[in-house]
Ligand binder design. Structure first.
Ligand SMILES: [Zn+2]
Length: 47
């Protein structure tokens, strides 16, 4: 997970951006394990 200076968090695997640390971590864990994205998690990503 990458923490941006503007307070956002990036999933290392899929590069989606989140405003929440816990969600970004959850996304990264999922992406790494399943090699795909979980819609329930990615719908919280910031466009
Ligand atoms: Zn991800």
């Amino acid at each position: 997970m990458v923490i941006l200076s503007n307070g956002y968090y990036i999933c290392d695997e899929c590069k989606l951006k989140y405003g929440d640390n816990a969600l970004a971590q959850k996304c990264e864990n999922w992406c790494r394990k399943h090699k795909s994205c979980n819609l329930e998690i990615t719908k919280h990503a910031i466009k």
